[in-house]
Write a protein that binds this ligand. Sequence first.
Ligand SMILES: [Zn+2]
Ligand SMILES: [Zn+2]
Length: 117
Amino acid sequence: MEDLMTGRYAFGANQLHIMRALDEIIDMLKNDYGMKVDETKERLKADSSQKSECPFCAKKVVDVDMHVSQSHPKEWKRYADNDKVMNRLQGKVRCSGCGSFLKSTKGHDEKCPETLL
Ligand SMILES: [Zn+2]
Ligand SMILES: [Zn+2]
């Protein structure tokens, strides 16, 4: 009888131990998760600092030239009539179909999403 009690007690203690271990694991996960959330936030902050605002829709975009070219093709001529933009796009060819910037349009016709439609 005494052995059984001891056994039960031991089992109870083990359960307590497991619960404590689980708590530790959960805390660990929380910490890890918290770190990841912070890292993601930092990365987002860094990203947004590199983004520029689209002059047409005020959206923050990484590559405003590409964004205007693809999302506002009607405004493109007005937008590209600018020394800074021209300098950035030197040596690149703009596909009027999809708005992508290419080193050369050679071979692009087959890949261009616009001509595939
Ligand atoms: Zn825009
Ligand atoms: Zn294209």
